[in-house]
Design a protein around this ligand. Structure first.
Ligand code: 5GP
Length: 182
């Protein structure tokens, strides 16, 4: 481990409280008797996903796992998202997506490129509805137009966040709270 200085910004108890509230909200939003396809964006969302799916009640929740990044194309001096997603891994068949009510569960929305592209991907594959739940939202960093339907915490500015699934060069994912690197 390196001796990087980190400061806790949310404790496990605060996360647990917000996750329980989000679970209740999500349980009400989806059609009763229809399965909910809960998509975990690995690796960062794994711990949040595990807690959130347990907080969703009275629904048949199906699991799906994806690893994705958005494509970037150079345009002048700026990198622009093409809106297409580079799906590095997906456990979900097209037949599972068609007609499904999808909830994409992500660790953090920064520029928004990844989630915008992922949302479009699931709609293109025939999902009936695609919603987004994120642990953290950094609205000041947004480059493309996408907003979470459910968000545990909003972070102002652009601190680098680690813990509770989020990494810095693959370190710190197992911390039980959310921290920022000083
Ligand atoms: P976006 O496409 O919204 O720019 O990127 C989202 C992804 O960037 C997240 O899933 C996450 O992997 C990474 N990311 C953005 N901000 C942070 C941060 O503050 N900390 C960490 N660990 N990853 C971040």
């Amino acid at each position: 481990m390196t001796d990087t200085k980190i400061t806790q910004i949310y404790t496990q108890a605060q996360i647990t409280e917000r996750v329980a509230e989000m679970g209740k909200e999500i349980s009400k939003a989806y059609t009763p008797d229809e399965p909910l396809l809960a998509i975990c964006v690995i690796k960062g969302a794994v711990l949040f996903y595990a807690d959130l799916v347990k907080a969703i009640r009275d629904r048949d929740v199906r699991f799906g796992f994806v690893a994705a990044s958005s494509y970037y194309s150079a345009s002048g001096d700026r990198m622009r998202s093409t809106g297409t997603v580079n799906m590095k891994y997906s456990s979900v068949d097209e037949s599972e997506i068609k007609g499904a009510e999808v909830l994409i569960i992500e660790d953090i929305i920064d520029t928004g490129r990844t989630l915008k592209a992922l949302k479009e991907y699931f709609y293109e594959k025939g999902a009936k509805v695609v919603r987004i739940a994120t642990l953290l939202n950094k609205p000041d960093c947004r480059v493309v137009d996408v907003e979470p339907d459910y968000n545990a915490f909003t972070i102002t500015g652009n601190p680098y966040i680690i813990g509770y699934g989020l990494d810095n060069a693959q370190q710190y994912r197992n911390l039980d709270g959310v921290y920022k690197i000083n």
